[in-house]
Write a protein that binds this ligand. Structure first.
Ligand code: COA
Length: 322
């Protein structure tokens, strides 16, 4: 038994921000950003929230699957940038879409969050606890990005993607792996509010994303091909038998490095980072939805979804489309 994706949806904030606009904030250029990352623009929230974007994406995924909100049994929202500690974004989504029969909670594994949430949904369905789930990745990173740091503010964007998954007997998720390495957490970090109470005082620091770009770059290029090979081995497939590789949209050069190491042509690595930048946990379902809505996915096609990010975390999942 497994789960199959029967609906996809996505949502982006209205405001699109070009590289040229970023040059008014920090010392950079459109040429540098495009050459080093492949990013040409991103969408930035002017009021949209993690929950409102996720709710839009989930609503579209349900519509795409031909299901009603009342049928949903589980809602998982992966996010590392929620507005509220409580209620969690997933409960807000439940309320906004009217999924009155669902249980809902959030999950945070940074940019690997959507994949980890998808695997969690698989575990719930496989064990017979639930029959279906809405799984979303949603981020409003613009509130935790340091807009004075040219090393990070050029990279990230806001947005959400979601899938509706249901129990299936054949196909669907054929194999997956996930890894965490907490000893390297400092490579990509974003602090919460400092400890401050009547009994303890700690200096407040800027709670922005901090990143060692080169470390992340080499982690992704070295670790992701191995992780994909591991997931493919579990599915008893080789890289040559995969139709499309949908990777976390962090940097075009990272994806090129991974394609080279896997020995697979770049035309099997669709990308949307030129328009949306790195949307963290939203990036894989956002890309999947765009491809699905173009009608590019046919039954029997094999996809690899793979992501990496803060934690450090990474994962890969092999899917047979139905
Ligand atoms: N515009 C212009 N120059 C910039 C710049 C910017 N936005 N950001 C950095 N630079 C400069 C640096 O200061 C450095 O200058 P120096 O040589 O005078 O010191 C030079 O460009 C090279 O910096 P470096 O950090 O080596 O660049 P890079 O080629 O590694 O590219 C990243 C930087 C961030 C684009 C790249 O490392 C990357 O994409 N890493 C992965 C990050 C990521 O994906 N994070 C999210 C993971 S989920």
């Amino acid at each position: 038994m497994s789960i199959k994706i029967t609906g996809t949806g996505s949502a982006l904030p209205v405001r699109a921000v070009t590289n040229e606009e970023i040059t008014h904030l920090v010392d950079t250029s459109d040429e540098w950003i495009r050459e080093r990352t492949g990013i040409g623009g991103r969408h930035v929230s002017t009021g949209e929230t993690v929950a409102s974007l996720a709710a839009r994406a989930c609503g579209l995924a349900l519509e795409n699957a031909g299901k009603s909100a009342r049928e949903v049994e589980l809602i998982l929202v992966a996010t590392c940038s929620p507005e509220d500690v409580t209620p969690c974004a997933a409960c807000q989504v439940q309320e906004q879409i009217g999924a009155v029969n669902a249980v809902a909670f959030d999950l945070n594994a940074a940019c690997s969050g959507f994949l980890f949430a998808l695997h969690t949904a698989w575990a719930y369905v496989e064990s017979g606890i639930y029959q279906n789930a809405l799984v979303a990745g949603s981020e409003v990173l613009s509130k935790i990005v340091d807009w004075e740091d040219r090393g990070t503010c050029i990279l990230f964007g806001d947005g959400a993607g979601a899938v509706y998954v249901e129990k299936c007997e054949d196909g669907g998720i054929l194999g997956f792996v996930q890894h965490s390495d907490g000893s390297r957490g400092h490579v990509l970090s974003g602090a919460c509010r400092a400890l401050e109470n009547p009994f303890f005082h700690q200096e407040q620091t800027k709670n922005y994303i901090k990143m060692d770009g080169r470390e992340i770059f080499s982690f992704a290029v070295r670790q992701i091909p191995k992780t994909i090979e591991e997931a493919l081995a579990r599915a008893e497939l080789s890289a040559g038998e995969v139709d499309l590789f949908l990777l976390h949209q962090a940097n075009r050069r990272i994806i090129e490095g991974i394609s080279k190491r896997l020995g697979v042509d770049m035309d099997r690595f669709p990308m949307n980072l030129e328009r949306v930048g790195n949307t963290s946990s939203a990036s894989i379902p956002l890309l999947l939805d765009e491809i699905n809505r173009k009608g590019a996915l046919k039954p029997g096609m094999r996809l690899v979804l793979s992501g990496f990010g803060g934690g450090l975390t990474c994962g890969a999942c092999v899917v047979e489309w139905q």
